[in-house]
Ligand binder design. Structure first.
Ligand code: ATP
Length: 395
């Protein structure tokens, strides 16, 4: 049969971006390679020091065989130091890649997103899909992606396998991105959380137990519960009054006045003794911490949680245990408050403390943040992609 002339060619392939199955019917006289979907090219960044330091082994035993099978081509670079990934993404040619994937914890993705935003062509750079294959300690974004994709909550290799499958499948979806300004005026971009008090203390103080993997947080929690501290601070936020998202014009912070100027009168301000303040925009704070069950990857909301002083140690432990399955919301503990917001400002009034953005320690002092729903760096499954004004992820 001469297929190059008088027959209609029926070519079936799976279009990963528009499930389920798409049928493409061609009536050409010739099959040309341009008509077939191009092999995806991914820029893989591996942190050999993330989590228990086994990313390299996971890469060779699971990741590379599966993505090769999925006909994805890649360049794999092992990061050599902190901020290496940030520098690398500032220099890449965007045209050459279909996505940047970190094989690490959330910290490396934080570097990648901020590296992209620091480029002079950030408006194009941020359209680059990004993704995460969890090989860190907390793996919060991977936990959120896994949940969003409908998988059972998973940890370790199971979570990694789910995420590799989603990457191979290749769907993209939008994700929220928040700009955070610290006391020196430095601005960074955050996809996960801002934390102060108990959570950031555990995160940073448990670095010394890094060899334990995610168990480091359990040990850190116990240590911190034993010497429970409270922090005085002022928390102001712009509440969500209607169901609509504000119309924002790019990454200019148009909801928050500069630090040092008072917040608008429409904001709510409270001064308290806090055990913790957490602003989270994903469902998970760690792969096994289902902190904001009502949150979705692109709901445009900052979920503000705070725990007030007065909570007993036992209640705090119960809170974190229930959080594993997301049942802490039903506890209705009077010391625990949740408010959805568009923007917030946190002014610590206690002299010493730890503040983190996406689990990374930042300078201590007043900090504020706002949601940018025009640049949604999707995290959902694997790859985040910004299409025009929205950021989308590959599943
Ligand atoms: N070669 C390297 N040596 C030392 N540190 C590195 C290297 N490459 C990257 N890093 C740094 O390691 C830090 C932690 O990385 P990562 O987030 O991947 O792991 P994690 O902290 O164990 O996981 P998670 O953030 O999910 O808790 C990042 O801040 C990153 O800058």
């Amino acid at each position: 049969m001469n297929v190059t002339c008088s027959y209609i060619y029926l070519i079936l392939w799976y279009d990963f971006a528009s499930p389920p199955l798409q049928i493409y019917i061609f009536t050409p006289t010739e099959l040309v390679p341009d008509l077939l979907p191009r092999t995806r090219r991914l820029f893989l960044l591996l942190n050999p020091c993330g989590g228990r330091g086994n990313a390299f082994q996971q890469c060779h035993s699971h990741i590379l065989p599966m993505i090769t099978e999925a006909d994805i081509s890649y360049n794999l670079i092992q990061t050599e130091r902190q901020n290496h990934a940030r520098e690398l993404v500032q220099g890449i040619n965007l045209e050459e890649w279909d996505g940047i994937i970190v094989i690490s914890g959330d910290g490396l993705l934080y570097e990648v997103i901020n590296g992209l935003m620091e480029r002079p062509d950030w408006e194009d750079a941020i359209k680059m899909p990004v993704g995460i294959l969890p090989c860190g300690s907390g793996n919060a974004l991977a936990g959120a992606i896994n949940y969003n994709a409908g998988f059972e909550q998973a940890m370790g290799s199971e979570l990694l396998l789910n995420c590799i499958l989603l990457l191979c499948r290749g769907t993209v979806m939008p994700m929220d991105l928040v700009s955070v300004t610290t006391c020196s005026g430095t601005r960074c971009f955050s996809f996960l959380s801002v934390a102060w008090g108990f959570i950031s203390d555990v995160d940073i103080e448990s670095e010394k137990y890094r060899h334990m993997g995610s168990a480091r947080f359990t040990v850190g929690t116990m240590v911190r519960v034993a010497s429970l501290r409270t922090y005085k601070g002022r928390l102001s936020y712009l509440p969500v009054l209607d169901g609509h998202r504000p119309i924002l014009n790019g990454p200019k912070d148009d909801l928050i006045p500069p630090l040092g100027q008072p917040v608008p009168k429409t904001w709510v301000t409270l001064e308290e003794d806090f055990v913790l303040v957490l602003a989270i925009y994903q469902s998970h704070l760690g792969a096994d911490l289902f902190t904001a069950p009502f949150s979705s990857i692109n709901d445009g909301l900052i979920h503000l949680f705070f725990v007030k002083a007065g909570i007993s140690r036992a209640s705090l432990v119960r809170l974190f245990l229930a959080m594993e399955k997301g049942n802490h919301i039903e506890m209705e503990c009077p010391y625990v408050v949740h408010v959805p917001a568009r923007a917030f400002r946190l002014e610590p009034l206690t002299q010493k403390g730890i503040l983190t953005v996406d689990g990374e320690q930042v300078e201590y002092g007043p900090i504020q943040a706002q949601m940018h729903n025009l640049f949604l760096y999707s995290g959902s499954n694997e790859i985040i992609y910004a299409r025009s004004k929205r950021r989308i992820i590959f599943f």
